[in-house]
Design a protein around this ligand. Structure first.
Ligand code: SAH
Ligand code: SF4
Length: 371
């Protein structure tokens, strides 16, 4: 199977071109065709010599994904089901925000972290996505808009789909460098957010990359007891270790950190938990902010339910009074299960026909099957 050329950063493409007897500017031209003109085949690169096109064709494909299904929700959120070259299936979500188009990408088929509230973790990791397969998700969403003649650009990216990005670290970093590149899609670093369940060693490594992108930590609990009960990863990286890494990240990058906190009724949403959270974050008030996230119920995890509005507001008030920056996250695409944490891995094609993706289709929703 040929790899996708989207998997090379610009530096890597330049190195590849030079290794193959071309000059640097040839790589720059190819990069331009890929990310500015967004061609779908090497043949369309009309200023590249035929023999070099043949070489590209021998070594790479452009787009490694096939679009299998698209669902559009009432609020404009679009969910895509993509097939990878080996038949596995992944989901990508586009959200329309006031500030632009934001895409949520998937980084692994399944997830080994196994948080007890999450739909993505129901399937053990089958494999990592390559950098090319992650970048291709952005390219296909952009194509969806290009083909409709809509002059809209993907301006924001969140790495919050299926998978633990820091368990596929190198591919995720290459993907970020590619979409951030000024000569290509040029998605600003401050418009890119990567979310991790808290792999402390990788948070340190990430701090040292110099990338100015946003880091979000899935915290979800203010103490080790509650966190371990819902997130197994807390056994390997308990709060003490996690916060050492976060402090190192803040010191090294001077950037703020976002904490994600799903509100689970009776589990982590009591006033006592809010007070513990204030105490945990007290020493870095100016440098953190907390996102309170409504829980999206997952039928396989029926021990969890969403916190009531009153409990969320009471929790929010305690954080605010404690001087912690805090927002209650707005939901997107709930009518098509496109909200964060609702994405499910689908390993084989057949699953696509049977899984919730199809079941949840509502009459008033635009649905298109592309084969
Ligand atoms: N693996 C990474 C990124 C993907 S999950 C991580 O855990 O951070 C993206 C976010 O969705 C995480 O904050 C995760 O905890 C949250 N999430 C998972 N299941 C959810 C659910 N059922 N409802 C709401 N959020 C959920
Ligand atoms: Fe994996 Fe993130 Fe889901 Fe946990 S919340 S199982 S880390 S995708």
């Amino acid at each position: 199977m040929k790899p996708s050329i989207y998997g090379l950063t610009r530096e890597q493409l330049i190195a590849w071109a030079i290794d193959n007897g071309a000059k640097k500017f040839r790589a720059t031209q190819i990069w331009d065709w890929l990310y500015k003109k967004r061609v779908q085949s090497f043949d369309e690169m009309t200023n590249i010599a035929k023999d070099f096109i043949a070489k590209l064709d021998d070594c790479f494909v452009i787009n490694p994904l096939q679009q299998r299904l698209v669902q559009e929700a009432k609020d404009g959120t679009v969910k895509y089901l993509f097939e990878l070259p080996d038949g596995m299936l992944v989901e990508t979500v586009l959200m329309r925000q006031k500030y632009g188009l934001s895409v949520c990408v998937t980084t692994q088929v399944g997830c080994n972290i196994g948080c007890t509230f999450c739909a993505s973790g129901l399937i053990k990791k089958q494999r990592d996505l390559t950098a090319g397969e992650i970048t291709a998700q952005i390219m296909l969403v952009q194509k969806y808009f290009d083909e409709r003649g809509l002059d809209e650009r993907v301006s924001h990216v969140v790495v919050m789909g299926i998978g633990e990005p820091f368990d596929n670290y190198d591919n995720v970093i290459n993907f970020i460098k590619t979409i951030n590149d000024d000569n290509g899609l040029a998605i600003g670093a401050r418009h890119i957010t990567v979310s991790t369940s808290g792999l402390a060693n990788k948070i340190r490594e990430f701090a040292e990359t110099g990338l100015q992108i946003n880091l979000a930590i899935s915290l979800h609990a203010p103490n080790n007891e509650v966190r371990t009960s819902i997130m197994r990863i807390n056994r390997s990286f308990p709060l003490e270790k996690l916060f050492e890494a976060i402090d190192y990240y803040i010191k090294t990058t001077n950037r703020r950190v976002t904490f994600e906190y799903i509100m689970l009724s009776g589990i982590n949403d009591r006033p006592q938990h809010a007070r513990e959270l204030v105490a945990l974050l007290r020493d870095k008030k100016k440098l953190v902010y907390v996102n309170l996230i409504p829980y999206n119920p997952v039928s396989e995890h029926d021990q969890y339910t969403r916190s009531s509005k009153e409990d969320v507001l009471a929790f929010y008030d305690i954080l605010k009074k404690g001087g912690i920056n805090c927002v209650i996250r707005q939901e997107h695409g709930t009518d098509i299960d496109a909200a964060c944490g609702q994405l499910r891995s689908k390993t084989m094609k057949n699953d696509a026909e049977t899984a919730s993706f199809d079941e949840k289709i509502k009459n008033d929703m635009y649905t298109q099957v592309i084969s």
